[in-house]
Design a protein around this ligand. Structure first.
Ligand code: PMP
Length: 406
């Protein structure tokens, strides 16, 4: 099963060696955020210690070095997702800001009252509320792709949602609750057949599988650095140049302008048109290091390793009496949501925590999905590249122990 040296890898993540309540930490909350390898933390502190200067506008040595690092990071991101050009890589604060940026600029320039955006039942609030904010201001409507009880989107119903009013489809690549890997390539082809562009929310796919935006032919793809072993506060909006060119700036300020006068201001070229103010140039260095780190392991390898671990976990969890797993889609990733008997998710999470096991509980920022499932929340274990079978065993033993207390 082990396709890379897991023990060696774990030494790159010092936090995994710590204890909580005197127990070894079992970190199974990777869907919320991932731990950082030493290489990322060192790159960040190294830049602060040795190369820190504001980027792009400086003539002095340090500023030029910092700018080179920042722009080299953009190239690393481009390569990682196989974008055509660095003009298509916009740095943001994360998935949420990327979607808000797109919702605001796309709706403002490409949509009118009565037009529609298609999303799915299993979206994170980050891919619902930005569209609702636009809906309130501009009178646009959300149409929702339904799913079956296993957590597969219903593709025939999806196709029925298209009309001349449909202007955009915005869907998660991988569900942060069900683990479903949506058939985005096929869904993008369907949308394109109707002349409609697609945004893919890659928050839960970028850490777990190779992503090639050209092969997917997606128009937009967004993700957060912190979910792919990089720092918090930095993320990416990928957009095809032909689309980004059509969109107006999002925020105003330094960097995004070409020339400013009180009479008329002109805007910078891509991607800077969307990057107002000092960018998180230290964060982009950290993100690039994280992408280098996972690339060195190999995204295919990571996917295969996590797949085996997930299959093992699903098998072991199903041994537990009264176990209900939410999400049994044909294609699924390493996110497992569950409930056991009548034990409240919050009680389960709190008691597992006392055993050193970090899981997430609640609605996972997907309340419409909870409504669809007829529940308030779940316990969620989500794996990263460094998790082990022994940790799965600890989770199973922990759940069993909690179950016996009730
Ligand atoms: N979309 C999905 C599918 C997610 O899982 C998350 C994070 N839980 C987000 C969007 C939002 O990401 P962030 O908070 O990093 O902006």
């Amino acid at each position: 099963m082990i396709m890379y040296d897991i023990n060696q890898i774990r030494t790159d993540f010092p936090i995994l060696g710590r204890t909580v309540y005197g127990k070894p930490l079992v970190y199974l909350d990777n869907g919320a955020t991932t731990q950082k390898p030493r290489q990322v933390v060192e790159a960040i502190s190294n830049e602060y210690y040795n190369t820190n200067a504001n980027v792009h506008r400086g003539v002095h040595f340090l500023s030029q070095q910092a700018t080179e690092l920042h722009e080299a990071s953009r190239e690393t991101v481009r390569r990682f997702i196989n974008a055509r050009s660095t003009n298509e890589i916009v740095f943001t604060r994360g998935t949420t800001e990327s979607i808000n940026l797109l919702a605001a600029t796309f709706c403002q320039s490409q949509m009118q009252a009565g037009d529609e955006v298609i999303v799915s039942t299993m979206e994170h609030h980050s891919n619902i509320v930005p569209w609702q904010l636009q809906a309130m201001q501009r009178g646009i409507t959300l149409r929702v792709i339904p799913m079956d009880d296993e957590g597969n989107l219903l593709l025939e119903e999806y196709e029925q949602l298209f009309s001349p009013k449909t202007k955009l489809v915005s869907i998660a690549h991988v569900s942060n609750v069900l683990g479903t890997v949506n058939p985005v390539r096929e869904m993008i082809a369907t949308a394109h057949a109707h002349g409609v562009p697609v945004l893919v929310d890659g928050a839960q796919s970028i850490p777990h599988m190779p992503v090639d935006v050209q092969a997917l032919d997606t128009d937009f793809y967004v993700f957060s650095g912190h979910k792919v072993y990089g720092p918090t506060g930095v993320g990416v909006l990928y957009g095809k140049e032909k689309w980004l060119d059509k969109l107006p700036p999002y925020q105003g300020g330094g960097e995004m302008i070409q020339h400013v006068s009180f009479e008329k201001t002109t805007f910078n070229e891509l991607p800077f048109k969307f990057e107002a103010g000092t960018p998180d140039y230290i964060g982009t260095t950290g993100l690039a290091k994280a992408l280098d780190y996972v690339s060195a392991l190999g995204m295919e390898q990571i996917a295969a390793y996590e797949h085996e671990l997930t299959q093992y976990a699903l098998g072991r969890l199903m041994e537990i009496p009264d176990m209900r797993i939410f999400g049994q889609a044909k294609e699924r990733g390493g996110v497992i949501s569950f409930l056991v008997g009548h034990i409240h998710h919050f009680d389960m999470g709190t008691l597992l925590d006392r055993l050193g096991i970090a899981v997430r509980t609640g609605h996972h920022c997907a309340q419409p999905l909870m409504t669809r499932l007829g529940i308030e929340g779940t316990v969620r274990a989500s794996f990263g590249l460094y998790n082990t079978k022994e940790e799965v065993d600890a989770l199973v033993a922990g759940i069993d122990r909690v179950r016996k207390m009730f």
